[in-house]
Ligand binder design. Structure first.
Ligand SMILES: [Zn+2]
Length: 176
């Protein structure tokens, strides 16, 4: 029952997210990831797309043991959203679901051989309105990442932000 409102929100958001994804695959810029965050009551859904170059430093198909290990380590890091996108303790958020993967070359690489990491998260919070900011420890985890284009969807509508390595905090004060 508690996921129904979120699923409804996902349906509403589906069209722009799909449009954004196809655009992204044509114009994928190294150093720039994309994070969509949807607030719905006490739930927070997040979806991250990041170039392979940002996350592991390469975009060719991992074949060596070292490269495969790098991909596995990155997927494991990306599956811990609250370590990468740090929420205020006062909000009391916990991870309900987290899934991360390297999108396969057959499906997502373009002619230049790009790859992307994709992650989806669902969090539930004791008080989501206490999420006044999100600190992007993501930039510490992934030294090649320079910027994340963020879209926040809430009852207040959709708002876009650009969070950069030298100012890695998303300020959400006044959004609730
Ligand atoms: Zn690329």
């Amino acid at each position: 029952m508690k996921f129904l409102p979120l699923l409804a929100l996902s349906a509403i958001a589906a069209t722009p997210i799909i449009a954004q994804e196809s655009r992204q695959l044509e114009a994928h810029e190294h150093g720039v990831g994309q994070l969509d965050i949807a607030f719905d009551a006490q739930n927070i859904a997040m979806e991250l797309h990041a170039p392979g170059a940002d996350i592991v430093g390469f975009e060719y198909a991992a074949e060596s043991a070292e490269d495969r290990a790098a991909v596995d380590a990155a997927v494991a890091m990306l599956a811990r959203p609250t370590d990468l996108f740090v929420l205020p303790a006062a909000a009391g958020c916990s991870v309900v679901q987290a899934a991360a993967s390297l999108e396969s070359e057959e499906e997502h690489a373009d002619e230049a051989g790009h790859t992307e990491f994709h992650a989806e998260y669902l969090l539930t919070c004791a008080d989501a309105s206490s999420v006044s900011d999100i600190t992007f420890a993501y930039f510490e985890a992934f030294p090649n990442a320079l910027e994340v284009e963020v879209q926040v969807i809430s009852d207040a509508g959709a708002t876009s932000f650009e969070i950069e390595r030298d100012a890695p905090t998303l300020n959400l004060r006044g959004m609730f």
